[in-house]
Design a protein around this ligand. Structure first.
Ligand code: IMP
Length: 196
């Protein structure tokens, strides 16, 4: 089936294509000429994923899904959380976000560096809303390593792959355990069960 993924993030789009497989043709907003940034004004990941999905549904009338992801760091009281994309600047600057994260954590020496990614996916299908979630536990590394993935991957060490950041494991290995891997596989299972 053809379905819009309400994202302009190339890393996320590549991951979603790999996770959902050939039964789903992912359409990007950019391929439909929709390039404007959708303002994420919600207070929770669920609200923001719904905002993105509804915006695209209203614009196109097509079936659509959206993901919103947050990184929760325990020593920072759950920050950056829902503000993960704009932690350091207003502009999705991955490098600046990591710099700020490492700087803030350096102010908490000796405290655990435990953290988790949470993903909430909203699926709008025939106008109905469905939500799917995923969480991956891990910790924040002392410094960056690896070149794969995107966002905070160079400093996130999943408990499932000790000693390596998400940017050091192959994409399939990340997707097999990741927050978005879980939420998107749950969505795909629901779509299959319901005949889509
Ligand atoms: P959003 O869901 O696109 O708003 O993402 C929030 C922030 O988390 C952005 O800075 C993303 O780059 C980052 N992010 C989302 N998913 C991942 C991931 O799988 N790994 C690392 N960073 C991510």
């Amino acid at each position: 089936m053809r379905i819009i993924f309400a994202s302009g993030n190339k890393g996320k789009i590549r991951e979603a294509s790999e996770i959902l497989g050939e039964d789903y043709e992912i359409i990007t907003p950019a391929s439909l000429g929709i390039n404007e940034e959708i303002e994420e004004t919600g207070n929770t990941l669920k609200e923001n994923s719904l905002i993105k999905a509804e915006y695209l549904y209203k614009r196109t009338g097509m079936n659509v899904f959206a993901d919103d992801t947050g990184l929760e760091v325990d020593a920072l009281g759950g920050a950056p959380g829902v503000h993960s994309a704009r932690y350091a600047t207003d502009g999705h600057d991955f490098d600046a976000n990591i710099d700020k994260l490492l700087l803030e954590l350096s102010k908490h020496p000796g405290e655990p560096r435990s953290a988790r990614f949470k993903s909430v996916v909203t699926l709008l299908i025939n106008g109905e809303r469905h939500f799917f979630e995923g969480t991956i536990e891990g910790r924040i590394a002392e410094s960056r390593s690896g070149v794969n993935g995107f966002g905070y991957d160079p400093v996130f060490i999943a408990d499932a792959y000790p000693g390596r950041t998400f940017a050091e494991v192959p994409e399939e290995a990340k997707n097999a355990v990741s927050h978005r891997g879980q939420s998107l596989r749950a969505m795909a299972a629901w779509l299959k069960e319901n005949g889509f």
